[in-house]
Structure formats: C-alpha cells, structure tokens
Design a protein around this ligand. Structure first.
Ligand SMILES: [Zn+2]
Ligand SMILES: [Zn+2]
Length: 317
C-alpha cells in the first residue's frame, strides 16, 4: 500500500539579532559583473554583539502584515514606499527579528544532511544553540554570520502578494521569495515517508510559511481584537485562539444571564457583579439597590424568595 508523504516544517527558527540594532546605509557600492552599483543596505551597528533569538514565524508574519497596513493606509501615514523604509516603524521590526538572511551561510556550512546531520538542523529550529554539536567559537560565528543585506529584500517582503484588479501596487518580484525558499534545506526521510524542510534563515522560514498558507490575509479576533492568520479550511475562523473562543462564549452566556435576572428583579437588585463561575455553580451574585448589601445566593433559593434580609425589600411589594 502506498503511504502519503508527510510534509514537515517548523514554525520556529533561531535568528541572530544584533543587540546594537540596525541602520540603513544608502551608499553601499556593490560590484556586480564588473559594474559598481549603489544600493541601500541594512546593517548591524555593532557586528560583534548579538544574541540567538527564537522566533515564531507566524508572529513575524503577522507583524509584517500589520506594518504593511501602516504604510499603505488608509489613513496614509507615508507619502511613498521610501518614507516608510526610512522610518522608525520599519527599523523597529528589523531590530526585533534580525536580518532575513543572517544565519544562512553559517547553518548551510554544516555538512550535508544524513541521519546525524538531520538532528543538527532540527536542533537549529528547536533548541539552538544549546544542544548543537558544532563549533560555536565567536571567531567562527563572526566569520559566518551575515551582518548586512540589501534593503530591497525587505521591500519585496512588504510588497503585494496577490494582485487585485487595477489597484496600484508596487512591483513584486517572485524571484526574491523564490530565492529565500531556496535557502531552505530539504530532506526526505524514506523510513517515515516524510519530506522535511529545514530553515537556515528567517527569510527562508517566512517563504515556506507564506507559500504553505497560501499568502494568508490577517483576520481580527472577535474577542480580543488582535490579528491572527486564519488557518481553517474555509477561512471561517473568528477567534485568534481556543482561549478567546471560550472567553467569548462565556461572556455571551454571562451577559444573557445578567439580562434575564435584570428583567425579572432589576428594580431592586443589581446583578452586574455576577461572574461566569456563579452560573456554573448555580448561584446568583447581586447587590441590594436599597441598602447596598452584597449577596451570593443559591439561584433557586433566591428565585423562590427574592428579598434582601436587611431591609426585607421584596419585589412583590
Ligand atoms: Zn483573541
Ligand atoms: Zn437591602
């Protein structure tokens, strides 16, 4: 019998992030095929001080998408593309997540994948650098970690993925995303019938994420208002998490319980202190509007005798 091939990837990647932060250099001259071309680059301010930071790709994707909204508007905060890429808003993202290609050279210099090396790549995604059996001397890291890259790579990342009819969009060159996709390392585990993708850098991890989720649009959680990526089949997800779904359900239940009680007894009692757990425990929590005494009573006891013991205030009076 033929087994299905599983496609495995990792939501996390370790990136180096320079603690000094990054700056944009407009005067970088690159020599390409004998011609000197001027480019803008992003580079680490202090190349020798960095940390390894575990990054959740979904969070990175969400932050990139949120920032696209900032510069596209409405409202329009930036006149044009360049204003945005020279802004604080933009450099904040780079300072937080590091460069797209920072670790690529270093990770891909680990030997080609076999059973043992597979572990090394897995560790790079999950537990780097503590469990890795590789030369981590500062000299080697300084030599192999990339501290500067073209600003153009980021401009592409922020470009429009799907073209909408006649809407003015900046040109997107799929070439760039393909380039990052190709920075990943593929490995087929024939015993498990699994194809694995190991990320060697932040840009590679993001390219896989974008493709595997089909360039997802951001949704806003109905409960907490935060943005999330809808990973459901029919794009029907309304909440960012199971926890928000549950909280929304509880809030609705609590609101309707308070509304019911207020309709019946609201002239004399205030039910706003009610909590969701009170409903589960079949209790009623309320304040006498006449004397201010607080009560927590068994629901059926309260309903058979809805009075305040202090002022003997009875709703049937
Ligand atoms: Zn939420
Ligand atoms: Zn009272």
């Amino acid at each position: 019998m033929k087994k299905d091939v599983n496609f495995k990837t990792n939501i996390n990647v370790y990136n180096i992030v320079h603690t000094s932060g990054y700056k944009i250099n407009h005067e970088e001259r690159l020599n390409i095929e004998g011609k000197t071309i001027r480019h803008s680059t992003i580079e680490a301010i202090d190349k020798r001080n960095f940390i390894f930071k575990k990054i959740n790709i979904a969070n990175f994707y969400i932050e990139v998408e949120e920032n696209k909204r900032i510069f596209r508007g409405p409202p329009k905060y930036f006149e044009n593309e360049n204003d945005y890429f020279h802004s604080e808003e933009f450099i904040k993202i780079v300072n937080k997540y590091g460069l797209l290609s920072a670790t690529h050279k270093f990770v891909s210099s680990m030997h080609s994948i076999d059973g043992v090396q597979e572990m090394i790549y897995t560790n790079f995604a999950e537990s780097y650098p503590s469990d890795i059996s590789s030369d981590l001397s500062i000299d080697r890291l300084n030599k192999e970690l990339i501290c500067s890259e073209l600003l153009a790579e980021w401009k592409i990342l922020f470009g429009e993925g799907k073209k909408k009819n006649n809407e003015a969009t900046w040109s997107v060159q799929d070439y760039f995303l393909n380039k990052f996709f190709n920075k990943n390392v593929l490995y087929i585990d024939q015993e498990k019938n699994e194809m694995k993708i190991f990320h060697t850098c932040l840009g590679g991890a993001l390219a896989v994420y974008k493709y595997s989720k089909n360039d997802p649009e951001l949704q806003t959680c109905k409960f907490c208002g935060s943005n999330f990526v809808d990973s459901s089949k029919g794009n029907i997800q309304k909440f960012c998490s199971e926890s928000c779904r549950a909280k929304h359900y509880r809030q609705k239940k609590l609101d309707s319980e308070i509304e019911d009680l207020t309709k019946k007894y609201g002239d004399n009692f205030d039910f706003s202190p009610m909590k969701y757990l009170d409903i589960i425990r079949r209790s009623t929590r309320f304040i006498c509007k006449n004397c201010g005494k607080k009560y927590l009573k068994n629901k059926s006891d309260f309903q058979s005798n809805p009075t305040c013991s202090i002022c003997n205030h009875n709703i049937s009076d």
